[in-house]
Design a protein around this ligand. Sequence first.
Ligand SMILES: Nc1ncnc2c1ncn2[C@@H]1O[C@H](COP(=O)(O)OP(=O)(O)OP(=O)(O)O)[C@@H](O)[C@H]1O
Ligand SMILES: [Mg+2]
Length: 248
Amino acid sequence: MSYIKMSDINLNYHIFNDMGLKEMILPKKYRNPHLIKKRSIQALKNINLSLEDGDRLAIIGHNGAGKSSFLKVIAGIFPPVSGELEVDGRIASLFELATGFEMEATGWENIKLRGLMLGESPKELQKKINGIAEFSELGDHLNIPVKYYSSGMFIRLAFSISTSIEPDILLLDEVIAAGDARFLKKAQNRLNELVDRVKILVYVTHSMQSAFEFCNKCIWLENGQIKMTGTPKEVAEAYLEHSSSPLN
Ligand SMILES: Nc1ncnc2c1ncn2[C@@H]1O[C@H](COP(=O)(O)OP(=O)(O)OP(=O)(O)O)[C@@H](O)[C@H]1O
Ligand SMILES: [Mg+2]
């Protein structure tokens, strides 16, 4: 039994405005006062949500609504400033694929490193390593450091590794533009299989079609708050109606 429980979760980001050279050489009284200030952005506000086995949640909402932040909190990338988060189950995150790679190490070495970091045992990883390499179709390129990879090659490797583990909970941020068109089709099939196998899916999408296809629950985020919860159909209809209103 896997679950995610979020109680009154709040997430803030602290940002510092950079001072340009012009600002630095100007006497203090002529400087733009807004530039040197530290600011705080409240990305998630009082989020309450519980998910358990069988739940497939779509998260929709406008740009900047807090959707990716929501996934990052569940993944443990950003700790909430307040509230309680309980997660039981092995998590796989399919976003920010590039994090955790060792740029000086070869493709083969990165398969091992990433696999271990994602929680595979050395024994399990050994069984999977050739399959991961094969899926990436990188061939001899796996022998060179990944810093020399093209962006498409890099995504192929990252995607092949990330989708090879068996998670209980899958966090997905939009469809990944994985390399060329043929690889994209292959990647999409692999992703669909993974989505079918996991116990809990949390899926950020701008495509209502994907929300209907993959999910049985939906939330609409706006300004970091849950504006509506329901089935994908109910929430998507309300969202589309709201978005097409001339006042929005
Ligand atoms: N690393 C960060 N540092 C500071 N502020 C951030 C950071 N990441 C996001 N934000 C801010 O938090 C808010 C929510 O951003 P988030 O990326 O979660 O939105 P989103 O709903 O995923 O948007 P999109 O649809 O554009 O991907 C925005 O105001 C954004 O500027
Ligand atoms: Mg986002």
